[in-house]
Ligand binder design. Sequence first.
Ligand code: SF4
Ligand code: SF4
Length: 163
Amino acid sequence: MEEVLRQLPKKAKEKHNENKKFFSKLRKKAPKDLDYTMQELHEKEFERTDCLTCANCCKTTGPLFTNADVERISKTFRMKPQKFIDAYLRIDEENDYVLQQVPCTFLGQDNLCSIYDVRPKACREFPHTDRKKFQQISHLTLKNVAICPAAFNIVEEMKKRIK
Ligand code: SF4
Ligand code: SF4
């Protein structure tokens, strides 16, 4: 996995223009069964991907924290939401709560998430490859393929499946 992650930004850069073109076409006219196809590609890829050998999302980019995330997570720490925010979060340029630092504070040496059961919604859903109307988040996916080897493979499969 280490070598895969080392090569990933370069591979994503090489595919960037091709991916951009593909998604631009997809946004104009998406196949009717796109949600179904994405579900299938996502499940197939994550059957063979062991996130515990990777954790690149937790190491290189943090999730955004919704108010519901803050409420839920701070409760498990028995902290007031504002105390939790002061200790771990900052507001980014888009006015969202994000981590003060990456790798994520809650990531262990063993790549396990210490708040797994209550982790932010964005962590649960990353890399969003099984979400409905996937073409609508293509700008995000173009970035995620450089971070997440599973997202990279899923997009490569999409290009083979959807002509
Ligand atoms: S979601 Fe992607 S980047 Fe995150 S741990 Fe799994 S394979 Fe790695
Ligand atoms: S909260 Fe957990 S899943 Fe989310 S980035 Fe941190 S370690 Fe990863």
